[in-house]
Design a protein around this ligand. Structure first.
Ligand code: AHR
Length: 527
């Protein structure tokens, strides 16, 4: 409920302002029998933000709790195939259409030795999972992660531990080598004749984090080592893309970009947020901080790194880097301290789904610099999919992920939204609507994504200059739920609180009313 005494701007009915005492906005809305909030959206068709890299729609899996073992992989389960792949989970992940799969961590990366997880199962090395507890039997390793990525249609992305550059280089050789060499032949011996062509490689994970087992918590140390890794890995396969470990620390990022700006393809950025228990909307301004962090890092990239690198030192034999350094948000998610291992088995309600959609709007809006993102995580741990021994269920946040991947075009358009100044309780500073716009250059389809994050009110919105483009068909796809607190549960896996609807709008569409707590994609076409 909004505060009882409130100014309501009626922009579309002549800019009238009313002070209405002792009535909630919802009650007033009923009184007028139409939504009172007003907004307008303008799209800048002349200056596109840039191409959207499909790699921003990725997922992350880690040997953590039930994320892999008991999540995507469960040997001996009646729900799994002969190799241990949980088929119910696989189907759900496929339907989510992830473009990248980051593995094996996370923090787990710091203790991971890839040789433990290749070859015949009975020869694999079980190890204590020193980071997250329990035992890792390594039955799901490189070969399985590559095969899994292939089945779901994603590019594998491996993170190496910062132990030795040689171990990392050998891993690249095992995956991508095609000569008559030891690790390449080992891959062949393990039944994989063709190179895996793993394109993305991360140098460590959150290397600045002091409590972790990581050994290089000073940026100077990290850079010194990372240079060595770059050579050991890129000389194995010149075509790979390296993701260097950024930090929540300006000095770290500046030093890293200054020293490694030539060879860096991506700098990583992580972002986790949660809401105040009693103020669900507090989630939104926290998510929006990500955009500020992206813009800060973008500015550092522009100042500290060359936009392209034509020639490397001849000893390196690296190919030119034709495009600027990009940001890889290789962990983003909503972290509320749920249950299960390390309190990471979060239950997500519909408000979290609105937050998830906001995350995707931000990445689409900042597409010129965000080149990759992998949602943390995928199954059971901070996850869109939850499992029990006998069932699996898609949490609310699953649906916006699927929705953005399905409807987004490949070009990001800059857009502006203005809403009246009514606030959502606990979300001071955040607008009620959050938007992004994409164009599909193959057929000219414009898609306008709008999240109405208000828990009660529909927002009547002018669509600015969209009409000038003379689109003659408009389809609206909408996701919604009965309330922002609605959840899907493993107890009732068949029941889905998320309502997906679609309809066609007739005639000229110059305004649209976005229902309370809705996620909409307005798809404009010329046919
Ligand atoms: O996703 C869970 C953990 O959060 C990851 O292992 C770590 O990188 C981050 O701090």
């Amino acid at each position: 409920m909004l505060s009882r005494r409130h100014f309501i701007s009626l922009a579309a009915t002549g800019g009238l302002s009313l002070t209405l005492k002792n009535r909630s906005v919802a009650a007033i809305s009923q009184l007028f029998n139409k939504p009172l909030l007003q907004a307008s959206i303008y799209i800048d068709f002349a200056n596109p933000e840039g191409l959207i890299d499909k790699a921003i729609y990725g997922q992350f899996i880690e040997h953590l709790g039930r994320a892999i073992n008991g999540g995507i992989f469960e040997e001996g389960s009646p729900l799994s195939d002969k190799k241990g792949i949980r088929l119910d989970v696989l189907e759900k992940i496929k339907q989510m259409q992830p473009t990248v799969l980051r593995y094996p961590g996370g923090t787990f990366t710091k203790i991971y030795h890839w040789m433990d997880g290749i070859g015949p199962l009975n020869e694999r090395h079980g190890r204590p999972n020193l980071i997250w507890g329990g035992v890792e039997n390594n039955h799901f390793g490189t070969d399985e992660a590559v095969a899994y990525s292939k089945i779901i249609g994603a590019e594998p992305y491996f993170s190496v531990n910062m132990g030795t550059a040689e171990e990392a280089g050998n891993w690249v050789e095992y995956c991508n080598g095609n000569q008559d060499t030891y690790y390449t032949n080992l891959r062949r011996k393990n039944g994989h004749i063709d190179p895996f062509k793993v394109k993305y490689w991360g140098l460590g994970n959150e290397e600045a984090a002091k409590p972790d087992i990581g050994r290089l918590q000073k940026v100077e140390d990290y850079v010194k080592e990372a240079w060595f890794y770059t050579k050991a890995m890129k000389l194995q396969d010149k075509s790979i893309k390296l993701i260097l470990s950024g930090a929540d620390d300006n000095a770290w990022n500046e030093y890293l970009l200054k020293e490694m700006g030539d060879v860096c393809d991506y700098i990583s950025l992580h972002c986790y947020v949660g809401a105040d228990k009693t103020k669900p909307a507090s989630l939104f301004p926290r998510i929006e901080k990500l955009e500020k962090n992206i813009l800060d890092l973008k500015q550092k990239i522009q100042v500290l790194t060359p936009a392209k690198v034509a020639n490397f030192h001849r000893w390196y034999r690296f190919p030119p880097r034709p495009a600027p350094v990009k940001i890889a948000i290789d962990e983003l998610g909503i972290w509320e301290s749920g249950g299960g291992a390390y309190n990471l088995e979060d239950q997500y309600n519909w408000n979290h789904a609105l937050g998830t959609a906001t995350f995707f709007n931000i990445m689409q809006r900042q597409a010129s610099v965000v080149g990759m993102a992998t949602w943390a995580q995928t199954v059971n741990v901070l996850a869109p999919i939850m499992t029990s021994k006998t069932a699996s269920v898609c949490q609310t946040i699953y649906y916006p992920m699927q929705f953005y991947r399905k409807h987004a075009g490949n070009i990001s358009l800059k857009c502006e939204v203005k809403t009246s100044d009514i606030q959502m309780p606990g979300a001071e500073g955040a607008q009620v609507l959050d938007v992004s716009a994409t164009l599909n250059d193959a057929d000219g389809t414009l898609t306008l994504f709008v999240v109405n994050r208000h828990p009660e009110l529909a927002v009547k919105t002018g669509l600015g200059n969209i009409n000038s483009k003379k689109y003659n068909t408009v389809k609206v796809y909408e996701l919604n739920a009965a309330t922002i607190l609605a959840i899907n549960t493993l107890e009732q896996p068949q029941k889905n609180v998320v309502i997906a609807s679609e309809r066609k709008l007739n005639g000229v569409v110059s305004e649209y009313t976005f229902p309370a707590h809705s996620i909409s994609a307005l798809v404009f076409k010329k046919v």
